[in-house]
Design a protein around this ligand. Sequence first.
Ligand code: HEM
Length: 223
Amino acid sequence: MQLRRPLVTMAAYAGGALFAVSLLGFAAYSLRFGLRGVGTDLSDETYIYTPGGPFVNIAIFSHMILGGVAMVLAPVQLSSRIRMRLPRLHRVTGRVIVGASIAVALGGLAYIALRGTIAGPLMDLGFALYGGLMLGCAVQVLRLARAGDFERHSAWALRLFVLVLGSLIYRLHYVVWFILTGGAWSADDLTGPFDKVQYFAFYIPYLIALEVWIRRRRTARPA
Ligand code: HEM
């Protein structure tokens, strides 16, 4: 029994460290991919590049750059120590994350409208809903901070945080699934049964879990 607690703590630290490494790795990949796509013709390398489509290329590749930035800054923004000790830094990074999230969502939505996702209408729907939610959360975070309603501001900031991490969670689901099953029910063009569940499963269950947690915290707090 006494030995179990340090083991659980160690497992939590190891899990957190692994998650942090994945986050930094994916953010670096996203930044690099975006920077290359903004400045170079990548049509030989990826279907995401549109030959002769400067607007759609700027939309999707700047989306990757700003997505990488938001992903690295978002966990820092949750630190209550930084918020208390360095409120100006909290405000500046908050504005960067909100601005980047709005641009990421708009860039992704523009790409869906102009090109469509690799797997077609159902994936378009899953990702358009994801983008719409990110846009809505980012606007709420800003609006409620300006209105001085910090209780609701922090709830919307947590929702935005979950959505910013969603893009990483999407890839992590695939890593775990491929390790466990070797890629069953997944196709190269992302149209397999597993892929179809993933169009929604990287953000909806996490948003529901967060909602439950927010409501429990509210009712547990003394009036
Ligand atoms: C912080 C958040 C995000 C990051 C870091 C990010 C990053 C990326 C990256 C790196 C890619 C290239 C594909 C790959 O190599 O895996 C991509 C593609 C894409 N992203 Fe995002 N993204 C984010 C959020 C969003 C949101 C909110 C939307 C919804 C509007 C979205 C829509 C798309 C679409 C439609 C594609 C192309 C999918 C395809 O057909 O293959 N992303 N994103």
